[in-house]
Design a protein around this ligand. Sequence first.
Ligand code: ADP
Length: 276
Amino acid sequence: AKILAVNGTPLSGPPRAALLVFHNITELRRLERMRQDFVANVSHELKTPLASIRAYADSLLDWALEDPEITRRFVSQIDEQAERLDVLIHDLLSLARIESGQDLITFRPLALAPLVERRVESFRDRAQSRNVSLSFVTELPPQFTILADEEALRQILDNLIDNAIKYSSDVDPWVKVVCRGDGEAGMVAIDVIDNGLGIASEEQTRIFERFYRVDKARSRERGGTGLGLAIVKHLVQALRGEIELQSRVGAGSRFTVRLPRQRPANPSDPALGASN
Ligand code: ADP
C-alpha cells in the first residue's frame, strides 16, 4: 500500500520516503522496548524465587536448624521455589525455541478426538484435587484425522486445560473440552470452556503477551509463569490455526482453537520445518 497523503497533505518524493523511514524507526523502537521489558521481566521472575531460596537457606544456617519443625517447613519452601524456577526456565526455553522457528513443526495425520481425550484424562487427578468437574465431548468420530504436529497440539491443550482448572470458580467449578467441526469448511475447532473467574474485555488481548497476568499473586500462587498463553499463541500460528477468546468476568471463559484439517501449502515457510 502506498501512502499518498498525510492529514490531507499530498506527499511527493522525499517526504514520502522520510515518512516511511520514520515509521520503521518507531517500529524498531517499539521492538527494542519490548525486548527490554522482556529482559527486565525475566530478571525479575528469576530473582524473586532465588531471593527467597537464599533467605530460607540463610535463616537455616543462622538459627532455624535447631528446630526440626521449622527446618522441615523452610526446606519445603526452598523445594517449592526451586520448582518454580525450573518451570520458568522450561517455559522460557520453549518460548525461545518456538519463536526462533527452531522447534520444527512436523505435520502428520492425527486422530483428533482420541488425542484431545487423552490430554483431558491426564488432568483428571488435578481437577479432582481442586473439586473441578472435568468433561470431554466430541462431535467428531474417533477416526477423524487432521494434519498437525502432535507435540504442539499437546502443549496447546495442556496450557489451556491447566489454566481452565487453575482459574476455576470457587463454587461448583467445571471445565468442559469440546471437539467439533467448524462452520468454515476444512477447519476443526477445540473449545476449552470454564465457568471460572473470567477475563475483562480490556485484558483479553493482553493475556497472550509474555508475562502478562491479570492477577500476579493468584497466578504465582497457582504455579503460573505468565508464559503459557504466549506459547499457545505461537504454536497455534505455527499450525496455521487461530485462537479466539470469549469471556466475561465472573461468568467464565471459552478459548477456541481453530485448526485446518489439511496442512495449508506454503513450502517456503520455515515453520513447516522437517516435514517438507
Ligand atoms: P499463567 O502462568 O499466569 O497462567 P498464562 O499466559 O497461561 O500465564 O495466562 C496469562 C493470564 O491470563 C493468567 O495469569 C490469568 O490472569 C489469565 N487467564 C488465562 N486463562 C484463564 C482462564 N481460563 N480464566 C481466567 N483467567 C485466565
